[in-house]
Design a protein around this ligand. Structure first.
Ligand SMILES: NC(=O)c1ccc[n+]([C@@H]2O[C@H](COP(=O)([O-])OP(=O)(O)OC[C@H]3O[C@@H](n4cnc5c(N)ncnc54)[C@H](OP(=O)(O)O)[C@@H]3O)[C@@H](O)[C@H]2O)c1
Length: 295
């Protein structure tokens, strides 16, 4: 089976593409900037999107490409909607024309964060920053245009080793020259290892049960707890992690209090069981550190 991946050079793409190839899929990986084994495809260019999808004629398009810098989205609203909403529309229209299955990766950030319990697929989104609003618009576009689609909301992602520009990647690089870190303890989420998410996606697309899903590693934590887990696992007794309030870290984009996800449908439909976040994080840190040390 032939599949096309957008945003293939990113964190999730660097786990998903090898996982797909390992299962025997023929993969056309694309991104805004071409690299070795990555074709050039800017998802904001509708005609090129259509032409490439027509040329390769994949059975599934995994649409990962997005502007994922949440603060940049807040400052550059037009860019955020152009990439995350209209870029998604370009992919959806091309898939619709050719009756291709579309997988769209969205975010637990679409909620308002006020719920105490984890969010399920049956909770109502109410996004609070530009990035999340644009991602939710992307969801609605996919739902309106497509019949055969999977929308997958993921949690706080980590993965990709040296290209990990998110929280875990930042903490690991800070640890190379710092032994005291202040980390917020009043924002909660569901860490999501890109390799576990990729395996779950592979199972999901085989079900033919189209619709909306939450996929994150199990459990909930704060950023502080995540950083503490990394430090403890590395045995870095020399490092002190201080819990602080997010008020001490003003950022352009509002961060909701909780984006904790429950994989309700994945579990009740017996599609895939995600392991706990601590186990996934330990495996990633072990591998990431090994790679970092080798350099
Ligand atoms: N990271 C998270 O915590 C998280 C959580 C939930 C959901 N998600 C969603 O999961 C998906 C994958 O995220 P990720 O963490 O792998 O993000 P990532 O590492 O930023 O990867 C996204 C890729 O898309 C590329 N891209 C940006 N604009 C593009 C455009 N116009 N055309 C084509 N490619 C473009 C990016 O290139 P540049 O780097 O050059 O911009 C990057 O290579 C995204 O849709 C994201 O919204 C992410």
């Amino acid at each position: 089976m032939r599949v096309l991946v957008t945003g293939g050079a990113g964190m999730l793409g660097s786990s998903l593409c090898p996982a797909l190839m390992k299962r025997g899929y023929e993969v056309i990986a694309t991104d805004k900037i071409p690299e070795e084994k990555i074709e050039c495809l800017d998802v904001t260019e509708g005609e090129k999107v259509n032409a490439m999808i027509q040329e390769f004629s994949p059975q599934i398009v995994f649409h990962l490409a997005a502007e994922t810098d949440v603060d940049k989205c807040e400052k550059e609203v037009e860019h955020a909607f152009l990439t995350n909403a209209l870029g998604t529309e370009n992919i959806a229209l091309a898939c619709q024309r050719q009756n291709i299955i579309m997988v769209y990766i969205s975010t637990g950030g679409v909620f308002d964060g006020e719920k105490e319990e984890p969010y399920t697929e049956f909770d109502q989104p109410n996004p609070r920053n530009v990035y999340s609003k644009a991602k939710w618009e992307g969801e609605k576009i996919v739902q309106n245009l497509m019949k055969r689609y999977y929308i997958v909301r993921a949690g706080w992602m980590f993965g990709g080793g040296h290209i990990d520009k998110k929280f875990v990647g930042k903490i690991i690089s800070l640890l190379s020259d710092k032994n005291e870190l202040n980390v917020v303890n009043d924002k909660f989420g569901s860490p999501t290892f890109t390799e576990d998410l990729s395996l779950a996606l592979l199972e999901l697309v085989q079900t033919g049960r189209y619709g909306l899903y939450h996929i994150a590693n199990q459990g909930r934590c704060s950023r502080f707890e995540m950083a503490r887990e990394i430090v403890q696992y590395l045995g870095r007794k020399d490092v002190k992690i201080n819990p602080i309030s997010s008020d001490a870290f003003p950022l352009p984009a509002y961060r909701i209090k909780s984006e904790t996800l429950e994989n309700f449908k994945l579990n009740v439909l017996n599609i895939f069981t995600m392991r706990r976040w601590e186990e996934a994080l330990q495996e990633y840190v072990a591998r990431h550190m090994k790679q970092t040390l080798k350099k």
